[in-house]
Write a protein that binds this ligand. Structure first.
Ligand SMILES: NC(=O)c1ccc[n+]([C@@H]2O[C@H](COP(=O)([O-])OP(=O)(O)OC[C@H]3O[C@@H](n4cnc5c(N)ncnc54)[C@H](O)[C@@H]3O)[C@@H](O)[C@H]2O)c1
Length: 279
């Protein structure tokens, strides 16, 4: 348990975290456990998930692993059933699983389907199963891991940009529609975080698009540690704050974008040309 008096308290809260075999998801689960929560972790990569569950649980019986696809209605139902059976009704859902690529106009329908399913529709499907119960009980909390790409754009990846904009839009809609009925919503929008997604996921396909996407993120600001991002996320949830921007400059970029869209696009075009020359 953490001894920092400023740490948020999630004692006996029941949380589900998707995409939690590593990266930001595993860090969120770790931070939740230290703050007193009991956690169901889920991931497509079952072997890595089991390892992470063993490390996080350490014999405390506060972690349960459910392997599977976060965008599957059936797997979401299994996560909720496991949480309810082992710990009690779900208080918090962290829709964190995500994928990135270096896709451009040549991205196939299959690539678009995958990105939209994992980065957006997984959130919709989880909310569809959880929010009615939260409204009935007057409490519940949904945390969307979107991205700064959902507020700005992801140079080098069309599918990531669009699916993350969708995630931000859905989180906003959820907050507006259900906030008055006790449902809290936060939306995490970081730039670079030191995880597999940034190290290799973005650049895994489609020629130089992925390398450009990775360079765009790493050249735009600091690359943060997953645990730092997780701690900032839990602090924001404890305050019931919607927008979480661990990179402060994202807010400034978003302000500039909204105040003069054409100027912002011209600036992004210049930034992109420096990147395509350098990769
Ligand atoms: N790393 C960054 O720079 C960064 C920046 C902004 C936002 N994000 C977002 O943070 C979230 C977490 O990513 P990360 O950076 O920790 O990367 P990561 O690759 O370490 O973690 C993502 C996890 O999601 C899992 N996953 C992928 N598809 C899945 C599916 N269909 N069902 C269940 N699990 C699935 C992967 O196996 C992996 O363990 C993602 O939504 C990502 O888009 C990351």
């Amino acid at each position: 348990m953490t001894t920092d008096p400023q740490s948020p308290d999630f004692t006996d809260k029941v949380a589900i975290v998707t995409g939690a075999a590593g990266g930001i998801g595993a860090a969120l689960a770790e931070a939740l456990l230290e703050a007193g929560a009991r956690v169901v972790i889920s991931d497509l990569d079952g072997d890595r998930l089991a390892e992470t569950a063993g490390r996080l649980d350490g014999g405390s019986s506060t972690v349960v692993a459910v392997a599977g696809d976060a965008s599957s209605d059936e797997v979401i139902a299994q996560m909720i059933a496991a949480a309810t059976e082992h710990f009690g009704p779900v208080d918090l859902f962290f829709a964190n699983a995500g994928i990135g690529d270096g896709s451009g106009l040549a991205a196939t329908d299959a690539q678009w389907d995958l990105a939209l399913n994992v980065n957006l529709l997984a959130h919709v499907r989880a909310a569809r199963q959880l929010v009615p119960g939260w409204v009935e009980r007057g409490s519940g909390y949904f945390v969307s891991t979107a991205s700064a790409a959902g507020l700005l754009t992801q140079i080098g990846s069309a599918t990531y940009t669009v699916s993350k904009h969708g995630a931000v839009g859905f989180a906003e809609w959820l907050a507006v529609t259900y906030g008055a009925q006790g449902v809290g919503v936060s939306c995490l929008c970081p730039m670079g975080v030191d995880t597999d997604l940034l190290r290799s996921g973005m650049s895994s396909n489609e020629g130089s698009g992925g390398a450009v996407a990775k360079a765009a993120v790493t050249n735009a600001g600091a690359v943060l540690a997953p645990r730092d991002v997780a701690d900032q996320t839990l602090a924001a949830v404890a305050e019931r704050r919607f927008l979480i921007t661990p990179h402060a400059e994202v807010l400034e970029f978003a302000r500039r974008k909204l105040s003069d869209h054409d100027r912002w696009i011209a600036g992004m075009q210049r930034f992109q040309s420096t990147l395509t020359e350098s990769v």
